[in-house]
Design a protein around this ligand. Structure first.
Ligand SMILES: [Zn+2]
Ligand SMILES: [Zn+2]
Length: 386
């Protein structure tokens, strides 16, 4: 090859290499952009605020007027509002589908797992009672950890959080349990140990049980039953949380349409009957539960195969049953009541409404007379406030 031929071959080769480098760089930049769009868009990230809500925040509101002397007594017990209730008893039945609680007459077809929690139908249909069944809509991802985080911080969880489901880090942002503990409320927890991973410092007393053996349908539930009933006769708590896992585990192993699931629901019906008996027997004037609110709720639903985590209607829809033990609770103004009413299998009239799960947090706080969290989403449901 002549010298000039060799030079032109070399420069042609160099040109090809440059092109290859430019193409490689272009693909690299394109990949980088795609990953950025994916992580910022699909995998939403959350910024946790370091501020906490305080009683004095209300004074900055243009609507604030200092309380009169006679109101000071009531305000000193609470914070932003006058307390509407003294105690809350929250029973979490994990993966409680809406059709486990609502009567079968609400659906096109009666299924074997429906109408098993008869005690809730009876209470919700009693004339003059202040008990109601709600369909509560959660936000995906519908795993226990993300739903508990949503319920206690009022924030929207992200899919990237799902990776934390095993060994959850403690919540450091403003949250319901922190505010309760800070305001002197004595919080007792029993059942699913996810609660103590999220709130390692805040419970006065806790009775956690391991939650990850899904083949075990009874250890957590039996632990709850063993510890639950003695507390119902005691004065030394303001908030009692009992988290049962049997229905979630029965779903994962056997599916919704199974004998094991029906047995679990019937076991819960018996437990709830006993709980309500004890609460009602002490709800008279001056009684231990004169001013107690009972909530029975799911954290998310589950599919017919017992799966949850996604955004299918069966997964995001769960149940909430609320009952005030007060003799004369403040009633819901009729213009804000969006109930639809049906007859159940016993021809009893039962009314239900649909609510967003996120709205519950602010509701708890105002019912117990605290304040609204800075970071929380959701709207107020008025019937707890005088
Ligand atoms: Zn769950
Ligand atoms: Zn589960």
């Amino acid at each position: 090859m002549s010298k000039s031929g060799e030079v032109s071959w070399k420069s042609e080769n160099l040109g090809k290499r440059r092109w290859a480098f430019v193409v490689f760089l272009g693909i690299l930049i394109l990949h980088g952009l795609a990953i950025l769009v994916f992580t910022r868009g699909f995998l939403l990230t959350r910024t946790e605020l370091s501020q906490y809500s305080h009683c004095s925040d209300i004074q900055q509101s243009p609507c604030f007027s200092p309380p009169q002397d006679d109101q000071m007594v009531n305000h000193s017990k609470g914070c932003w509002t006058k307390p509407a209730i003294d105690r809350i008893f929250i029973i979490v039945l994990d993966a409680l589908r809406y059709d486990f609680v609502a009567p079968s007459t609400f659906f096109y077809e009666k299924k074997p797992w429906m109408d098993r929690l008869q005690v809730l139908h009876k209470l919700a249909s009693q004339p003059g009672s202040f008990a109601k069944i709600f369909k509560a809509i959660g936000d995906p991802p519908t795993t226990s950890l993300q739903r508990l985080k949503g319920l206690t911080t009022g924030g929207l969880p992200t899919f990237i959080d799902v990776g934390n489901s095993f060994g959850a880090p403690a919540i450091i942002e403003d949250n319901l349990i922190y505010q309760m503990a800070k305001n002197g409320k004595r919080v007792v927890m029993m059942g699913d140990d996810t609660w103590v991973q999220l709130f390692p410092q805040h419970f006065n007393i806790s009775h956690p049980f391991p939650s990850f053996n899904v083949k075990d349908l009874d250890t957590v539930d039996n632990g709850c039953v063993e510890h639950l009933f003695p507390y119902l006769y005691q004065e030394d708590w303001d908030v009692l949380i009992a988290h049962f896992l049997g229905v979630d585990h029965a779903g994962h192993i056997f599916g919704v349409d199974s004998t094991e699931m029906i047995e679990k629901l019937e076991q819960y019906n018996g437990i709830l009957e006993k709980v309500v008996d004890v609460l009602e027997s002490r709800s008279g004037p001056g009684g231990l539960h004169e001013n107690t609110l009972l909530l029975v709720m799911g954290d998310h639903g589950q599919t017919i195969n017992g799966n949850h985590g996604g955004d299918a209607p069966e997964e995001v829809e769960t149940s909430l049953f609320g009952m005030s033990l007060q003799m004369n609770p403040s009633s819901l103004p009729s213009e804000t009541d969006s109930s639809s009413c049906w007859l159940d299998t016993e021809k009893r009239k039962i009314c239900t409404s649909s609510i967003e799960q996120l709205d519950l947090l602010q509701q708890y706080l105002l019912c117990l007379a605290f304040r609204i969290l800075l970071e929380a989403s959701g709207v107020l449901i008025l019937n707890c406030m005088h």
